[in-house]
Design a protein around this ligand. Structure first.
Ligand SMILES: [Zn+2]
Length: 240
């Protein structure tokens, strides 16, 4: 934790900033965490796909707001990894520096070495990429009660609830009241090795894959979606 003995701020007013690992090309994977005792734990991810600039922009805008408001004034343990795939963000590619789609590289039961199309490269074996290994390590160590992963495609809130839980859907409903985006339990095509399967279906951690409209102007992404996510977090604070 950050320690500021001479400051009047409590340790939870400022995030703990960590380099949690390195990308395939050696770029730092940065994490910002506000920790609060006995508070719901949430992990917000951006840039799993480096070319989905809408998700990165929203993750960064949320982080900036969290820094200026001490984690939105909410009773949450809040972790951000705004660029899970910094190689792809830098190169504007879906995959990382090895061309692997990180959302097909998790060691799920349905992981497959066969790329469904050229874009969806799963890697030579599950968890072959440093980014997926570091992400999994963070999730297993910090045990978030909700993961929100910001992407862009057709606008949609793809909910992966844990068994016997509706938490992800309830948070998505709160978000959709702002955005009008549809809530889908199934994204509509098969996604072997993806985070939603790995975290929610196989490890019981509710995961919201948040698809922002691809190509939406970034100021509009932030205007429309930032308040929606914060309101979703407020719902989480009340539910957990
Ligand atoms: Zn994506």
């Amino acid at each position: 934790m950050s320690s500021r003995p001479s400051s009047s701020q409590s340790s939870s007013d400022v995030p703990n900033i960590q380099v949690i690992g390195q990308s395939r090309l050696g770029l730092p994977l940065l994490s910002h965490t506000w920790s609060r005792e006995q508070a719901p734990r949430v992990l917000i991810l951006g840039g799993v796909h480096g070319d989905e600039v809408e998700g990165v922009a929203l993750a960064q805008a949320l982080l900036a707001e969290a820094i200026s408001t001490a984690a939105f004034g909410l009773r949450l343990t809040l972790q951000f990894i705004t660029e899970v795939n910094p190689d792809g963000v830098l190169m504007k590619t879906r995959g990382n520096g090895a061309g692997v789609d990180l959302n097909r590289n998790m060691d799920t039961q349905d992981w497959s070495p066969i790329a469904q199309t050229e874009r969806y490269q799963p890697g030579p074996h599950a968890m072959s990429e440093p980014e997926t290994r570091h992400l999994a390590e963070q999730i297993l160590n910090n045990k978030p009660q909700l993961i929100i992963s910001l992407h862009s495609w057709k606008p949609m809130l793809n909910v992966n609830d844990a068994p016997n839980s509706k938490l992800c859907t309830q948070v998505a409903e709160s978000i959709a009241r702002h955005t009008g985006d549809r809530i889908e339990p199934n994204i509509g095509y098969s996604t072997p090795g993806c985070l939603g399967t790995w975290a929610a279906l196989e490890r019981g951690i509710p995961t919201l894959t948040y698809e922002i409209e691809r190509g939406l102007a970034l100021n509009e992404v932030i205007r429309r979606h930032k308040i929606a996510v914060i309101d979703g977090l407020r719902t989480l604070e009340k539910l957990v």
